[in-house]
Design a binder for this molecule. Structure first.
Ligand code: 5AD
Ligand code: SF4
Length: 507
């Protein structure tokens, strides 16, 4: 038989891209495809791209260059390109790379099986249209052979797109306009996932806590029209507030952990801040991008808040949940950033004492407002700032980790530690990596929630010891406690995460 039947997906970029790859794997499995074990035995290879910073885009071009040879090694091989670069370049990619069979943008995942079938007949195609309807959230339920994460974690999309247009950011043009998914569907999908053994859900959206805002605005407008123009704002539909959504999900029996990524500072209301005090499964960690500590630069970035407003938000969140860990994203070398602006960033980072941060050198993205700004910061200056910031963060992270030595924390077991040896690894509620050794005869299976004593700290992780005699461990819901560690499977069958590169779907 000539028809290609096995797929492999290579994913760059953010959690949103990883989740898109899961969705495409699921669609292909439903269409009769099987997952490959790697590129070598694949008939269809999909590269899911990221263009948040320019290096990722150049990487795609070099990867595509190398794939010419891969295609020639076996008859009928197909290559597809997805994600943000695909959304932007569309047909141009097909023209530039004759070895490429199809291209699909971020709103066209559902077309993949059809495009792959057409490609087998020699039809090349690019689908990059924007869909503004709820339809794009309509996807088949999880295929039985989509194994998912052995640790029992899953993503759930709650909104997509971004209407914020921060001046440096390409996301509004690659992911399109902001649209929220119906609450009932989010709850139904989450219930199914938890019923299938999932312990930890991460709600995904580019500005996840803006969830439902356009629906609320439209509801207000309708109410105003109905009552005549004089009416005050109608009460927000609770069905559509993010805090309410968290509340409904937190009630799902068996859900141990609830997270969300990435919020934008301006979309925290009282109810959402209170949710961090009140909802048991909601983890005490927020990844809250600030980008800069200088209000002058924040304004040029069009972030819509000042550095002091961010500080006040952090205070209110910590008043609500005193042990909250906050991590962030930072950009250095934004056009016009002076050494005084950068000093304000260092001061904010010290003051908030972020548990961790991801920092990036500004990279101009074509078509964004900042791309036309003059007064670029020389690369050597930006590089020196990046290193200074990262040194500071390393020492703050180490301080935060050291302060926890002696504590007992609950971790969700993921599997073998990257450090090798007999060490195992998992994450605690604060999203810190804990590498631990076990005093038990059998190591805990991935997906177990176990209580580990922290005995040491490094800038990258906490070091723990698991003693099963300590009470309070919770076995994985599908696997018996004491089962040997499952082999290291990738997060989604038939796919790999191509790099540790993050980015893309952040507030
Ligand atoms: N240059 C550098 N960093 C960027 N980010 C987004 N766009 C750019 C850019 N043009 C960073 C932001 C964002 C993270 C995902 O990537 O810090 O939060
Ligand atoms: Fe939207 Fe976040 Fe990009 Fe700003 S940085 S435009 S909020 S995705």
């Amino acid at each position: 038989m000539n028809t290609p039947r096995r797929f492999w997906i290579r994913t760059h970029g953010c959690q949103m891209n990883v989740h898109d790859s899961e969705k495409v794997a699921n669609l292909l499995l439903h269409d009769g495809w099987e997952s490959a074990r790697g590129m070598d035995d694949a008939d269809l290879l999909i590269l899911n791209t990221c263009s948040i910073r320019d290096k990722a885009e150049h990487r795609l071009y070099s990867e595509l260059g190398k794939l010419r040879e891969w295609k020639e090694l076996a008859r009928g091989r197909i290559v597809g390109v997805a994600g943000c670069v695909a959304q932007q370049q569309g047909d141009a990619l097909l023209r530039r790379f004759p070895q490429l069979d199809f291209v699909y943008g971020t709103h066209n995942l559902r077309r993949v099986p059809e495009m792959a079938a057409a490609a087998s007949r020699g039809v090349r195609d690019a689908q990059t249209g924007e869909s503004r309807s709820q339809e794009r959230f309509d996807l088949p339920s999880r295929h039985p052979s989509l194994e998912g994460d052995p640790a029992g974690r899953a993503f759930v999309t709650v909104m997509e797109g971004c209407d914020m247009f921060c001046s440096f950011c390409i996301v509004p043009s690659t992911r399109g306009r902001e649209i929220s998914r119906a609450g009932a569907e989010i709850v139904a999908e989450s219930r199914d996932l938890v019923a299938s053994g999932i312990r930890e859900l991460t709600l995904l959206g580019q500005t996840v806590n803006a969830y439902g805002r356009h629906d609320r605005r439209r509801a207000h407008e309708r109410a105003e029209r109905a009552a005549g123009a004089a009416i005050a704002l109608a009460p927000a539909d609770p069905e559509h507030s993010f805090a309410d959504l968290l509340g409904r999900l937190a009630e799902i029996p068996g859900l141990a952990r609830l997270r969300y990524i990435s919020p934008h500072p301006i979309f925290y209301d009282d109810a959402l801040i209170r949710a961090h005090a009140e909802l048991d499964p909601l983890c005490p960690h927020i990844h809250l991008p600030v980008q800069s500590g200088s209000s002058r630069i924040l304004e040029r970035m069009r972030r819509r808040h000042t550095a002091d407003e961010y500080r006040r938000l952090v205070e209110r969140l910590r008043a609500s949940r005193p042990d909250l860990a906050i991590t962030t994203d930072l950009i250095v070398g934004f056009p016009g950033e002076t050494s005084a602006d950068f000093a304000e960033t260092l001061a904010l980072v010290r003051e908030v004492a972020f548990t961790d941060s991801f920092s990036f050198k500004y990279s101009p993205r074509p078509g964004t407002a900042a791309a036309t700004l003059e007064d670029a910061v020389p690369d050597a200056v930006a590089q020196a700032r990046l290193e200074e910031l990262q040194d500071l963060q390393r020492s703050l992270t180490l301080d935060a980790h050291r302060a926890r030595v002696g504590e007992t924390t609950e971790i969700l077991v993921e599997g073998s530690s990257r450090r090798g040896g007999a060490q195992l690894s998992g994450r605690d509620p604060f999203h810190r990596i804990v590498n631990f050794s076990s005093e038990a005869e059998f190591p805990p299976a991935p997906g177990s929630l176990i209580r580990v004593e922290i005995v040491d700290a490094t800038p990258h992780s906490l070091i723990g010891v698991w003693n099963p005699a300590i009470a309070g461990d919770r076995a994985p819901r599908n696997v018996k406690m004491g089962a040997l560690i499952a082999d290291e499977r990738s997060a989604v069958i038939g796919s790999e995460r191509a790099s540790a590169l993050r980015g893309g779907s952040r507030g």
